[in-house]
Design a protein. Structure first.
Length: 236
């Protein structure tokens, strides 16, 4: 049996206002607590591998949360414990990172463990939209991370971008995409900003403390982004 594997690392610098995934601030946990969390992930992996008995795991994806926030002393041990349990090496091995926590050591470790694709969560390169969504990274963090990737990363690259912020023009969304495309990613993930119930952003909009999303404008922007990417040779 073939199966693919996603491992969720539920720690972040802080919770983004639109996020409804489970995560906790890494600063609230000791290194011992993070180690216990990762050990629990390995025990859960053991359980499911016994249950599935897969003959092949072609795709391994470690996301979050923010995997690049795993403390340095724990990173190699965690990756080694995962890979030694799998039936052969995955053909595609992706690890997520966020700009504010990406460093050369993390990229070197990923390369050493056979990671084939880095997925970098930019979301935007404009301060106002990063602030609106509660992202911990600044535009400078994003550009520093892009420069580091261009210099040090030899594998495939995915970049995440959000579009459809209130007040964002289609031109501003195109500018974000153009700057991301300059890094020559093999894959670009474009997400319309979605306001999920019970998130902090949902409550801020309900209290009129933040502008609501305009879905018609989002669709106009999506169409423009599609035209841009198809023109650059990307396939949806």
């Amino acid at each position: 049996m073939k199966t693919s594997l996603y491992i969720h690392i539920p720690v972040c610098t802080r919770k983004c206002l639109y996020c409804d995934f489970y995560s906790v601030p890494v600063a609230s946990l000791s290194e011992t607590a993070v180690r216990d969390l990762l050990d629990a992930e390995i025990r859960q992996l053991d359980f499911f591998l016994r249950l599935w008995r897969p003959e092949e795991i072609p795709t391994l994806y470690i996301g979050g949360g923010t995997p690049s926030l795993i403390p340095r002393p724990l990173r190699a041990d965690f990756l080694e414990k995962i890979l030694v349990r799998l039936p052969g090496n995955p053909q595609e091995f992706t690890v997520e990172a966020n700009p504010e926590s990406l460093d050369a050591g993390f990229l070197d470790l990923c390369a050493a463990f056979g990671v084939t694709r880095l997925s970098l969560g930019l979301q935007s390169l404009k301060a106002g939209f990063l602030e609106y969504s509660g992202r911990p990274a600044s535009p400078e963090d994003c550009r520093r991370a892009l420069a580091l990737v261009r210099q040090s990363w030899k594998g495939d690259l995915n970049l995440d971008l959000l579009y459809g912020f209130p007040g964002q023009s289609t031109g501003e969304a195109i500018e974000d995409a153009e700057e991301a495309l300059a890094a020559m990613p093999a894959h670009l993930s474009l997400y319309a900003l979605t306001v999920e119930e019970k998130t902090p952003l949902f409550h801020k909009i309900k209290r009129a403390e933040a502008l609501a999303v305009d879905e018609d404008e989002q669709e106009n922007t999506r169409e423009a982004l599609d035209r841009l990417l198809v023109g650059r040779g990307y396939e949806n």
